[in-house]
Design a protein. Structure first.
Length: 233
């Protein structure tokens, strides 16, 4: 585990993952390099510290932030990077007010959204089943959430120490879902507190427009594997 600031990042090893899309019945394999990923989704408390605003009226600093657009998540990643002396991963053109199409610099050491291949590889943590454990033990979903958000980290993590990869809130990923059919819609992964059990699986893909803010959608931080000089001593 790597800790920087007030959030923990988990080292995810390199690997290969096969993604699939139920709608198109298509599958594809992606090689994933090593990186680090937040042990939990970004919380309301951290979001408010960095951005100076809470995107919803509900209280609870350990609740996952929700009601944030994909563009909000992009701007948060850059703001947190600057606060911690890291080079931002994204550059938003001056005429892109909603941050719908930023440039991504893969050589930057700052925070970013995971790709959906990185997300699924991290979620599975070496497993091949639809879930990394019994659903009620690992996720808040419609059957056990009492139809509300819960604090992050309250369910059992996967084998790599990542909590809430399934359930609680859907998580924005970097990728465009299907540009030919849905234009700029971006990928969501993981399922949420209001979803039936079948939506809370490692392979399930959902989409949303990058400007929309939804009450069961949040995000998780990723960044490149830190250099030896950045590691805690």
């Amino acid at each position: 585990m790597r800790t920087r600031g007030d959030h923990a990042m988990i080292e995810v090893p390199a690997g290969r993952v096969t993604l699939s899309d139920r709608r198109t019945e298509r599958s594809w394999t992606v090689d994933v390099g090593p990186f680090v990923l937040g042990s939990v989704p970004v919380t309301r408390g951290l979001y408010e510290q960095v951005m100076g605003a809470r995107p919803s009226t509900a209280h609870g600093g350990r609740l996952p932030v929700e009601g944030v657009s994909w563009g909000d998540a992009i701007r948060f990643c850059d703001a947190l990077s600057l606060r911690e002396g890291l080079r931002p991963a994204y550059r938003v053109p001056a005429d892109d007010a909603d941050a719908e199409a930023p440039d991504w610099d893969p050589t930057a050491d700052g925070y970013r959204l995971p790709t959906e291949a990185e997300w699924e590889h991290a979620c599975r943590a070496g497993t091949t089943a639809p879930r990394y454990g019994p659903l009620d033990e690992i996720a808040w979903h419609r059957g056990n959430s009492r139809e509300r958000l819960h604090e992050v980290g309250g369910r059992r993590p996967n084998a790599w120490g990542l909590h809430d990869m399934l359930g609680n809130v859907w998580e924005w990923c970097w990728d465009v879902y299907d540009a030919e059919v849905y234009g700029s819609y971006r990928v969501l992964r993981g399922g949420g507190w209001f979803d039936e059990h079948w939506s809370c699986r490692a392979s399930v893909r959902r989409r949303s427009h990058p400007t929309l803010r939804i009450d069961d959608v949040g995000f998780r931080l990723a960044r490149p594997l830190p250099k030896p000089s950045e590691l805690p001593t």
